[in-house]
Design a protein around this ligand. Sequence first.
Ligand SMILES: [Zn+2]
Length: 468
Amino acid sequence: MNRISDTLYSAFYPRLPILGQNWACTVGGWIRFRQRFSRHFRRTLEDWERSVKWSDERLREVQRERLGQLVARARQHVPYYRDLAPPSEKSDPEEAIREMLEAIPPLEKRAYRDQPEAFISRLIPRARLHAGQTSGTTGTALPLWYSPETLAEEYATVWRMRRRLGADIRDPQLSFNGQIIVPFAQTRPPFWRTNHYTRQTLFSIYHMTPANLKLYVDTVHATPSRYVQGYPSSIHLVARSLLEEDRRLPRGHIAGIFTSSESLLAFQRETIEEAFGAPVLDRYGVSEFAVSMTECDAHRLHVDMEYCIVEVETTEETDDYETGSLLITSLAHDATPLFRYRIGDVGTRAKHPCPCGRAGDNFLEVDGRIEDYVLTPDGRLVGRMDHVFKEQLDVAEAQILQNDSGALMVLIVPRSDYSDASGRRIVRQIRSRLGEEIEVHIELVSSIPREPNGKFRAVKSSVGRNAP
Ligand SMILES: [Zn+2]
């Protein structure tokens, strides 16, 4: 269903007049609102705004309970997990959780990719499931199914954090996300669209030239807003222009800026907070609905304990913290449960409680989402190019390299069903974000080298900016 509407969308949307595009954004906003903010959402949010104050012991008890239920259902109804051991009967919640998890080998993305249908729970009627796909962090696409309840609980973690700063779901907002809401070829403003249903102004992140950014600044000032959300790299560009024009927003005008999807870099936070006159809170989540960490006032990322369990495969350790690959287990993902899923990100978990007083696990940082910007021949900086591969199920792995602003090299590790048409689709996706002028070379390779720290980078541009 999502696929069909995506295709329809990309065929018709760019040809609509601006009013029609605003109307399409409004309908899209209405659909998203209905899906996310269900009765289950409201109930969960209310419960979790209480449990956020609970002790470590009580939160582990919640985790044990939910994990036990998930294991019990998975071994009965999920083909891949048919041989799972029954839930632990140990009385100590922490020991019970450990016993259940240790019995399950970590899940690699490969294993999920090879037979995703084997992960679908037969307990939930197929008609109730939403279908989607994700780019993950390694440039590979995965098909994905989730229940309305999972989506509601994901948004309960998001809104528990946002409401703490005084933003609410009906508040007007400015958003800076990756959807192409303004066709690339458009050179005249407006470079934003309006979803009237939730009073959301959606800014294009693909039109940010120095000249256009002045218009973004005007619009940020002229549009009612209570909060800002989106990619830190894009919000940072607008924040820098607000400061350059000496037009920062008065303190208190905005409740908060909520970033996600990329690593929030320290200089970005500083500039954004100064320009918008409000605190930035970051969130670490993935489109697999498998993990959520939300930032507190002490700038740590707290695991949303009711929603997921995060393990660290420790490679570096001191008395204060441990660093390593993350294994994530969603407690909310009942449609395609993933136990101990190796997401490909690295995190540093504190060994001591957070000074803010919130119990449960807390992380000093999660790395693995640092993206470079790509620079277009006409001077636009564009982030999140890994989205190009989001729907390319015939691509095993991909990386975009750029050494001058006139050209891109795309390395592709093809899967068996890759064809010339796949290559043309990728070029089309790139052109819709970067225009017709840039040269695009595709090179098929058998593997893509990792960084010295072992991590994969979807985009590496020596001319794009990844510095203040
Ligand atoms: Zn904290």
